[in-house]
Design a protein around this ligand. Sequence first.
Ligand SMILES: [Zn+2]
Ligand SMILES: [Zn+2]
Length: 147
Amino acid sequence: MGDTVYRGSCLCGGVRLSLAAEPLAVALCHCRHCQKQSGSAFSAAMIVPAAAVDIEGTLSEFMDVSDSGQAISRRFCGVCGSPVQTISAATDEQGITVIKAGLMDSPSMPAPQMQIYCDRAVSWMPDLPGTARFDRMPPAAGLSSKE
Ligand SMILES: [Zn+2]
Ligand SMILES: [Zn+2]
């Protein structure tokens, strides 16, 4: 692919990422699994063409299950614990992958355009101007096509 657009790493630096394309979308996910995996109120995800992502270093894997019963591979740095990438059969089919936006060093985390699983968001979450809100997945995202 072309020039590097984004560069990032996990907390310890053992896993390094470069993205050769702008994200197709940036989403905040308020689902319980993302809350637990991130240890925070939500996760920030960049949806990018899989072919544009280069990852160096060793990722550990946790096999999770989505709402629709799909297997989801959540990949993270086994040394420092930073979540890095999420993959499923649906993302593979579409040639996309999900990268945690908070890993980006340069430029830093891009602004989100959407929030998903808002029906599970913490009650104190303020309004974020410029984001489309969905109770679950956006209807057109295709990521929920197996539901
Ligand atoms: Zn690490
Ligand atoms: Zn989530």
